[in-house]
Write a protein that binds this ligand. Sequence first.
Ligand code: HAM
Length: 421
Amino acid sequence: MPDKVQRVKGVNDILPAEVRQWQALETIIQNVMAGYAYGEIRPPIFEKTDLFARGVGEDTDIVSKEMYTFSDMGGLSLTLRPELTAGVVRSYIQNNLQQVSPVQKLWYEGPMFRQERPQKGRYRQFWQLGAEAIGSPNPEQDVEIIDLFYALLRELGIEKSVTLKINSVGDSESRAAYRSALRDYLMPQLNKLSETSRNRFESNPLRILDSKAPNDREIIKNAPKIRDCLNESSAAHYEEVLAMLDKMVIPYFQDDLLVRGLDYYTHTIFEFTSDALGAQDAICGGGRYNDLVKELGGSDVPAIGWASGIERLLLVVDAIKPLSTDPVLDLFLVVTGSDLRTETPGIIRNWRSAGLSCDADTLRRSMKAQMREANRQGARYVAILGEDEFSQGVVQLKNFESGKQTTVAIEKVAEVIIKDA
Ligand code: HAM
């Protein structure tokens, strides 16, 4: 026997029963996004590698070790998108979206690719839902985008199981001041830090705050806070964001150790985490990236956004308040008598075009097996069609729930079922 081909490590098959859950979530997402006046954007799945190197940052884990990069036939280096902020900004610049409106509010959903060590909630192909508001520098935009994710959590009924952690990394002047304060603090203890943190000391000391190594955490506990190094305008921005969150009664926790693993952030950064998950507890992460549009060749346009891992979001939803997915099949046609097999495709086609979801047997199975199949599919009704019924132009229509059976003209079946819904 030939070997069975297995799927690649760290990727998932999303099977029909799960897809129904995804679709229920997607309906909620679409409604929330429409309510907040965000338009959907669908950028390509791969981009030039350079976009991510420049956009996300050469020193980040994502770019330095997690990207799926390959050369196309022309020798061009391409990368499967590990995230979509850089792609959205590239698209914003290339399509002159600034000219369409001064604030562009965009959302997206799709697969992302990172070569990370797979575990529960961490995959190599995973889906992100994301939103980006490009154009406004003001705190009300920060609060709107946070409130957008919070609204989704509320619609899903899981907002109480999720914590919003927030911090500010300020503008570049504030970050430079903080980098130097942090280096001064860490320098005398450098040899006690983990190797990864020692490597980050020069290139990106803020990421040391993110370290999970127990020794590092001890040292980090007493490190200076970014908050204390913000210059006046950065501090004012942050204060305004927090005051507005208070006003909107969106609970948050100021996390002085929160730094995000991507290089483009400025000012407000945030993460939503959930106790319902294991080690991979972040269901959403985001922040301001006021310099990225300019760095990728556009004009000086500020922006803010977030992205949420859909698999993780659904893990929380499943643990707290599973989405209800209605049975999909209205009607199953059960045929007795082999002469009628040629009639069934036309009959169910008419019911389908009248708006019903219908199915019928194509394996020429016994009536009993057909009834079992109707049951398995959770059909609301079965229509039984034998020679006698066919000659009179009727079916026996049975409501599975009530058990009630009536004789109905074939062309009236859809009408009767729709009226009954
Ligand atoms: P990120 O924190 O790298 O940010 O990813 C956002 C979310 O994607 C995470 O909180 C998590 O829910 C999910 N996620 C990330 N990696 C994986 C994985 N390997 N498996 C499953 N889920 C994962 C970004 O990607 C930024 N682009 C967010 C952003 C948008 N910032 C501004 N705008």
